[in-house]
Write a protein that binds this ligand. Structure first.
Ligand code: HEC
Ligand code: HEC
Length: 331
């Protein structure tokens, strides 16, 4: 008995060396979560009218019902164009040091702004077209002015990104693992605790660590062997090399955050693996050269399930958007 509680204390103390509980929100000195900005950002997140064909919003690919993903291997955007990669969740995404699988976006604000012109996301021809569209929709000009006071021309693609970013910075999902880190030893089942111990001892934690359980470094996918032999990926994605042209970046990807990972199949940058146990087996094999027993896989999955938290209220319900008021202003 005494020994048992001793072992528990050791595990939680060890865990605290590698992980941190979630903050209340993800505001920074540069990116505040001011209420009018968050409210505007939420509307923009769910509004398809800013896309080239009027069918696609952020929520098309980051759906509340699917924990901020679309459950597809690769997303489908305007005019049914397919994205190059799998859609990660927007929940807790702002914790990460960069956005996107290869980290070519600095933060969630830049990510949102650039998706306006992304060929496979919103597909707009240029920023001028976007600004015209926003101004033509009822309500938005005033809301931009409130969200960005003291700016002469608040309706700007950059502010669209900052408003949506402010909203995203409120989307935190505190989980049983956070309660555990804060001292509630019973928040994790004994199987999840065994998984946590293994996650540390086998070396997953060397890459997936910190407050996001990942999201803080770039690493090669396939340290020990070619990843595509395990994932059957087609085509083979060269990762950050595409962005930097540096041979050292071949097959390098951002270590993804594992928060809510049990809710966000399919897995990996191309959605090539359907289930979490299989993703865990592949990780052990190609990142660490380890072959796990079924029991070990199950324990690790139990730990990863403890990283799931309830949907934030601000994400679970869609906003009401002002309809286009044809004729409404006529006498
Ligand atoms: C057509 C589907 C689609 C639409 C629309 C879309 N996204 Fe994404 N999103 C993706 C895909 C796919 C990725 C991964 C891209 C990559 O890494 O190459 C992604 C990546 C992201 C990321 C980075 C997450 C991470 O862990 O790195 C964030 C944040 C995000 N999207 C937010 C948004 C916001 C906000 C909008 C609306 C302005 C939006 N997305 C619109 C599919 C979409
Ligand atoms: C050497 C660094 C490294 C180690 C060690 C490592 N990972 Fe990963 N992990 C990554 C990278 C990089 C990716 C992204 C791979 C990709 O899809 O391009 C990833 C992806 C994942 C994913 C898929 C996430 C998603 O949203 O699709 C899971 C699950 C995962 N890792 C779990 C683990 C587990 C469990 C271990 C230990 C057995 C582990 N990882 C060890 C670097 C690592």
């Amino acid at each position: 008995m005494v020994q048992d509680s001793g072992a528990e204390a050791t595990l939680v103390d060890k865990a605290k060396q590698f992980f941190k509980p979630l903050p209340q929100d993800m505001a920074t000195a540069e990116f505040a979560t001011l209420a009018p900005r968050v409210e505007l950002g939420k509307k923009l997140f769910f509004d398809p009218r800013l896309s080239a064909d009027g069918t696609v919003s952020c929520a098309t690919c980051h759906r509340p019902a699917l924990c901020g993903t679309d459950a597809l291997p690769k997303s489908i955007g305007v005019e049914h164009r397919m994205s190059a990669r799998n859609a990660p969740t927007v929940l807790n995404a702002a914790l990460q040091f960069k956005a996107h699988w290869i980290g070519e976006r600095a933060n969630v604000e830049e990510q949102a702004m650039k998706s306006l012109l992304g060929q496979a996301s919103f597909g707009n021809p240029d920023n001028a077209a976007v600004i015209r569209k926003i101004k033509a929709l009822p309500g938005y000009a005033d809301e931009f002015a409130q969200a960005f006071p003291n700016e002469k021309e608040p309706v700007q693609p950059e502010n669209w990104g900052r408003a949506i970013g402010a909203y995203e910075r409120t989307l935190v999902t505190s989980s049983p693992f956070d309660a555990y880190l804060k001292g509630d030893a019973k928040a994790l089942t004994s199987q999840a605790q065994a998984g946590l111990k293994l996650f540390i001892d086998v070396g997953c934690v060397s890459c997936h660590n910190g407050v996001a359980v990942g999201g803080a470094a770039f690493r090669k996918f396939g340290v020990v062997g070619d990843y595509w032999k395990e994932t059957a990926s087609q085509p083979i994605d060269e990762g950050r090399y595409k962005e930097t042209q540096d041979p050292a970046d071949k097959y390098v990807f951002k270590v993804p955050s594992l928060r809510n990972v049990s809710m966000t199949p399919p897995y990996f940058h191309d959605g090539s693996v359907a289930t979490l146990p299989q993703a865990v087996r592949i990780m052990a094999k190609v990142q660490l050269g380890e072959t796990l027993t079924e029991g070990e896989v199950n324990d690790l999955v139990a730990f990863l399930q403890s990283l799931t938290g309830p949907l934030p209220k601000k994400f679970a319900t869609e906003p009401v958007l002002a309809p286009q008021a044809f004729g409404a202003t006529q006498p």
